[in-house]
Design a protein around this ligand. Structure first.
Ligand SMILES: NC(=O)C1=CN([C@@H]2O[C@H](COP(=O)(O)OP(=O)(O)OC[C@H]3O[C@@H](n4cnc5c(N)ncnc54)[C@H](O)[C@@H]3O)[C@@H](O)[C@H]2O)[C@@H](O)CC1
Ligand SMILES: Nc1ncnc2c1ncn2[C@@H]1O[C@H](COP(=O)(O)OP(=O)(O)O)[C@@H](O)[C@H]1O
Ligand SMILES: [K+]
Length: 493
C-alpha cells in the first residue's frame, strides 16, 4: 500500500465504490474487509469484553455489522443496536444478514447499559439519528470508537450537528476533510486509517484533490544547502520592515534566515534603522527615508523572494510598495498590513498578482479581501482561484489552496501558536523557502508544517521568539526523513 494523504469527500468515496463494483468487487467484499480491519484495530487495543455496536442505516452501519461479527468471533460479548425499529437494520448488499447471528436490538438506555466499549457506526451518507441526551450521556462514560467519522460530524467540512465525542476514529483507506477541519477534528479523538476493502488504485479521487499536510507531499522539493552553494546563490530574501511595530518583521526575518535563505535584507524605515540593525546581527539593513529609496532598493537588489506586511500600516504607502514588488514578478509573500491595505479595492490586488505569490490571511484579514461564504475549503479554494495566488487561510486547521484547485489541510499545529507574532514567523518561513526557489504551493505547505512542528517541539510556554530557534531541531528531523521519503511515490504538490 503506497502511503498517501488524500482526503476523500463523501462523493469521492461513493465514486470509488462505484469503480470497485464496476471492476467486479461486490459490496459484501468491501464491507467484509472494512469490518474485519476495524475489528482487528479494536483487538489491538482492547482484550475481549462487552461491546455494544450502534449501527445506522448507511454503509457505515453495515461496516458496524461486519465489525460486530468479527468481534464476536474473537470472543467479545457483542450487542447490536439500531436507532428506530430493529427491522430497519442496514444491509445494503441484501445478503449480509445471513452472516449475523447476533440479534439486532432497538437503541435505548437498556442496550447501552453494561457495555465496556461502544462502537459508533451511526455516521455515513444517510440521515443522522438524533440520539436522546441520556443515551449520549451513557456513551460518554465508556471508550467510544467511531467507524468512518463520529456521528454528528460532516465528513466533508467538519461541521458538527451535535455533541458526541469519540476517543478513537477508524477511517477506511484514507481520512476525510472532516477529520482535520474544526470543529469536527475535536470530536474524532485519535484518528487511525486502516486498509479496508478499497485499494488505493480505486480510491484515488478525481478532482478536486485535497490532502493532509505531510512532508511526503513536498519533501522532494525542499531546498537543502548544496555543496557548491554559497550565500549569493542560496536565496536572497527582502523583508519590508514596519514602524513603530518593528517586532513583526524582525520575527519574520529570523524565521526566513533559519529557513535557509543565504542573505536576508531588511528594508527599514530610517527611524527604526538602529532597532533592526542591532537586533538582526547577520542581516543587511537598508534605511528607507525618501519616497523613492524603496524603488531604488528593489531596482538594485538581486532579491529572489520578498515579504511585505508584518508590522506595516494598512495605508497607501504599503499598498503602492506591494504593487511595486508585484511588478518585479519575483516571488512574494503578502501578509498582515499589506493584505488589509487592499480592503477598499481587493480587485486591484487580484489584478496585480502574477507569478509566485502567497497570501497569508487570518480570518479577519481574509474577510477584508474575499467572499466569506461556504466552508473553509470552499473559501480558500475560491480565494486562490480569484486572486491567482496561493492562499494560506490560517487557524488551528490552516488550509492552503493553490489557484489550480489543489488544497492541503494542516493538522500538526498546537494551540500554543495562538500567540502574538506567530503569523509573522510563518510569513518569514514561507519567504525563506520561496527565496531559495521552492515553488509557492509546496513552500507554503512546508512552512506551515515546520511552524506546527516547531511549536509542538517547544511545548508549553511558547512565544513567537521561540519558533525560529526551534527550527534547527525540526529541520534536522526533516532531513532525516528526506532520504527514505524520497523513494515513495507520492502525489507531490
Ligand atoms: N511584535 C509585533 O510587532 C507584532 C506585530 N503584529 C502586527 O500587528 C498588525 C495587526 O495585526 P492583527 O492581526 O493583530 O490586526 P488586524 O486588525 O489586522 O486583524 C485583527 C482583527 O481581525 C479579527 N479576526 C478575525 N478572525 C481572526 C483570527 N483568526 N485571528 C486574528 N484576528 C482575527 C479580530 O477580531 C480583529 O478585529 C500586523 O501588521 C501584524 O504583523 C502582530 O503580528 C503581533 C506582533
Ligand atoms: N488554536 C490554534 N491552533 C493552532 N494554530 C493556531 C491557533 N491559533 C493560531 N494559530 C496559528 O498561529 C498563527 C497566528 O497568526 P496571526 O493570526 O497572523 O497572528 P499574529 O499577527 O500575532 O502573528 C497562524 O499561523 C495560525 O494558524
Ligand atoms: K500577522
Amino acid at each position: 500500500m503506497t502511503p498517501h494523504s488524500y482526503l476523500l469527500t463523501t462523493a469521492q468515496r461513493q465514486q470509488a465504490r462505484q469503480r470497485a463494483f464496476a471492476s467486479g468487487i461486490s459490496a459484501t467484499d468491501l464491507l467484509e474487509a472494512d469490518g474485519r480491519a476495524a475489528a482487528h484495530e479494536l483487538r489491538r487495543r482492547w482484550s475481549a469484553r462487552k461491546v455494544t455496536v450502534l449501527c445506522g442505516p448507511s454503509v457505515t452501519g453495515a461496516r458496524g455489522f461486519t465489525c460486530a461479527r468479527h468481534l464476536a468471533e474473537a470472543g467479545f460479548t457483542v450487542r447490536i443496536a439500531v436507532p428506530g425499529a430493529a427491522e430497519s437494520a442496514s444491509d445494503p448488499a441484501g445478503e449480509l444478514s445471513k452472516f449475523w447471528s447476533i440479534p439486532v436490538e432497538t437503541l435505548n438506555s437498556t442496550v447501552i447499559g453494561g457495555a465496556d466499549l461502544f462502537v459508533d457506526a451511526l455516521a455515513g451518507a444517510g440521515s443522522l439519528p438524533s440520539l436522546l441526551p441520556e443515551i449520549r450521556a451513557a456513551l460518554a462514560r465508556r471508550p467510544l470508537i467511531a467507524l468512518d467519522i463520529p456521528c454528528g460530524v460532516d465528513p466533508d467540512n467538519g461541521a458538527v450537528t451535535f455533541d458526541m465525542k469519540a476517543d478513537l476514529t477508524i477511517a477506511f483507506g484514507s481520512k476525510s476533510p472532516g477529520h482535520l477541519l474544526l470543529p469536527g477534528r475535536l470530536h474524532c479523538g485519535e484518528v487511525v486509517v486502516v486498509e479496508g476493502g478499497l485499494s488505493d488504485a480505486l480510491a484515488i479521487p478525481t478532482e478536486p484533490a485535497t490532502f493532509e499536510n505531510i512532508p511526503a507531499l513536498w519533501i522532494q522539493q525542499f531546498p537543502w544547502p548544496k555543496a557548491e552553494g554559497h550565500k549569493f546563490n542560496r536565496g536572497h530574501a527582502l523583508i519590508c520592515g514596519g514602524w513603530p511595530m518593528t517586532g513583526a518583521a524582525r520575527l519574520a526575518a529570523r524565521a526566513c534566515a533559519r529557513a535557509g535563505a543565504g542573505i536576508t535584507t531588511l528594508a527599514a524605515p530610517s527611524e527604526a534603522m538602529m532597532i533592526y540593525a542591532i537586533s538582526l546581527e547577520s542581516m543587511i539593513v537598508h534605511p528607507i527615508s525618501l519616497p523613492n529609496d524603496f524603488t531604488k532598493l528593489i531596482a538594485t537588489s538581486r532579491f529572489s523572494g520578498a515579504l511585505i506586511g508584518p508590522g506595516a500600516e494598512a495605508d497607501e504607502d504599503t499598498r503602492s510598495r506591494t504593487l511595486e514588488l508585484l511588478r518585479t514578478g519575483r516571488p512574494l509573500v503578502i501578509d498582515a498590513g499589506a493584505l488589509s491595505a487592499f480592503s477598499d479595492a481587493p480587485e486591484d490586488l487580484y489584478a496585480a498578482i502574477c507569478g509566485s505569490c502567497v497570501l497569508t490571511p487570518h480570518d479577519g484579514e481574509f474577510s477584508r479581501l474575499f467572499d466569506t461564504g461556504g466552508d473553509k475549503l470552499i473559501r480558500a479554494r475560491r480565494a486562490a482561484a480569484r486572486s491567482g495566488a496561493v492562499v494560506v487561510l490560517k487557524g488551528a486547521d490552516t488550509v492552503i489552496a493553490d489557484p489550480d484547485g489543489r488544497v492541503v489541510i494542516n493538522g500538526n499545529a498546537p494551540p500554543t501558536l495562538g500567540t502574538a507574532g506567530a503569523g509573522d514567523v510563518l510569513a518569514g518561513l514561507i519567504t525563506g523557502l520561496l527565496s531559495q526557489g521552492m515553488a509557492a504551493f509546496p513552500a507554503a505547505c512546508a512552512a506551515v508544517w515546520l511552524h506546527g512542528e516547531a511549536a509542538e517541539a517547544f511545548g508549553p510556554g511558547l512565544i513567537a521568539e521561540d519558533l525560529p530557534e526551534m527550527l534547527p531541531r525540526v529541520l534536522l528531523s526533516l532531513l532525516n526523513m528526506a532520504h527514505p521519503a524520497a523513494a515513495l511515490d507520492q502525489g507531490a504538490v
